[in-house]
Structures are given as C-alpha cells and as structure tokens.
Design a protein around this ligand. Sequence first.
Ligand SMILES: Nc1ncnc2c1ncn2[C@@H]1O[C@H](COP(=O)(O)OP(=O)(O)OP(=O)(O)O)[C@@H](O)[C@H]1O
Length: 246
Amino acid sequence: MQPAGVAAPLKVDITEKTFRSAEGVTIVALRGLSFEVRQGEFACLLGPSGCGKTTTLRILLGLDRRFAGSYQLPEGGSKRIAAVFQEPVLLPWRTVEQNVRLALSPRLRGKDLDSLFEILGLSAMRSLYPSELSLGLARRAALARAFATEPAILFLDEPFTSLDERTADRLRRLLMTVWAARPTTALMVTHNLREALLLADRIIVLSPRPAQVLGIFDVGLSRHSRDTPALDNLVSDFHKRYPDAV
Ligand SMILES: Nc1ncnc2c1ncn2[C@@H]1O[C@H](COP(=O)(O)OP(=O)(O)OP(=O)(O)O)[C@@H](O)[C@H]1O
C-alpha cells in the first residue's frame, strides 16, 4: 500500500480478457498482461493492429469491467483521469472554450486557460464551434480539454490517426510542449513506431493478440535530440532488439 502523498505508478496486471463473437466463438484479447508506468512518465503501448491495445485502455478507463486481474491508478485511484480518443468527441452546440470548461471540476471551472490555449495555438479559436474546426484543430481542442483537468493520469488512444503527416507531426510536437509545461503520467496507445520513439520515455512493446509484454524499450535520449537521424538510429536499435514487433 502506497502512503498518501507519495508518487505511485500506474500498475496493470490483467490476467485475462475475453470477448464472445456474434457466432459464439471466444476471442482471447489479453492474457497475462502486466506492466507499470512510473509517476510523471510518458509511456507508449506499442503493438500490432488488433493485439488488444484499445481493450487495455477501455479497462483502465473503467469502461469495461468484465476482465480477470487488477490495476491501480496513480495516487491510489484519484478520479482525475483524462482521455483523448481517435475521435475528438466535442459537444457540437458548445464552443471550444465551453467544451474545455465543462470538463473541469467545480474547483477548476473558473481557471485561467490563456496559457493552455496559447501553447496549443487555439487562442483565436476559443469561441468557435466544433463544426468550424478542421480535424487537426478539433484534436487540439481535445488535448486542451484533457490537460485543463490537471489529470493524475492521461490516456491517449491513437490521437493522431486520420490526419495528414504534416498535421500529425505538428500535433505530436504540440503534445510534447503542453506535456512538458504540465507533466502528468501518460499512457498512449499506438501502432506507429516512429511516433512512439518521438514521444515516449519508455515503450511497452506488445505481442500480437493476446497482448503480452515482449519487453520495455527505454528511449533514453532527450526529446530535443530526437531529430530525423536520431529517430532513424532508434528505429534500427528497436528492430535489432524486437525483430518481430510491429
Ligand atoms: N466488443 C468486442 N467484441 C468482440 N471482439 C472484440 C471486441 N472489441 C475488441 N474485440 C477484438 O479484440 C481484439 C483486440 O481489439 P483491440 O481493439 O483492443 O485491438 P487494438 O490493438 O487496439 O487494434 P488497433 O490498433 O487496430 O486499434 C481484436 O481481435 C478485436 O477484434
């Protein structure tokens, strides 16, 4: 048991998660999946398509309680959990700013959001409605909403899919800037190795379904040094260590 006030990691120990298909066939999505994310760390869960990454996040978000095993959220189960999904899920009849403020606890509702909107390049878009935003801007609004809540843990499920590469890259860099300004324990699901190498402190490498941890890849390079040649080297180091992963 972690004493109150002491930094606690995210601990995951899922013994098994199965689904029953429409034809009555049992699909084992996860079996023996165990890992930790340290306090204040940005970790990526990297694995091939269909291996069980989203299933894992849904369990950690409390959206799926039918599994065997256990997990412990940072700070002994604080309620401040934020999530950014593939779809930004903004309320269409609310402005960007209202969407962000609605997510805040009463204590934070009136807080100054200027610097957060500024970092994310959203200062001029605060009073726009979601239908007036490009997909890239809507994703930024979803990031603003997540960080505004000052979460104990932030879960991200492939937040940069279906964007052109330039927009995705700009958003990845914005995510790093906002995370550096407001560090929080973060777990991001992706099947994009370069993305994981650009963003993560450590990568939790998963096997094909049922997802198990093949190993942990410690990126071990400061984020400012992760330019294209450095990323190329990291990709090659990664493939040497995990020739069969992703
Ligand atoms: N509600 C469900 N009913 C039946 N099978 C499911 C259900 N949800 C997920 N699955 C199956 O469980 C497995 C894991 O799915 P999951 O979405 O977690 O994978 P993923 O690693 O996130 O994939 P991707 O990277 O393509 O999003 C897949 O075989 C999927 O078809």
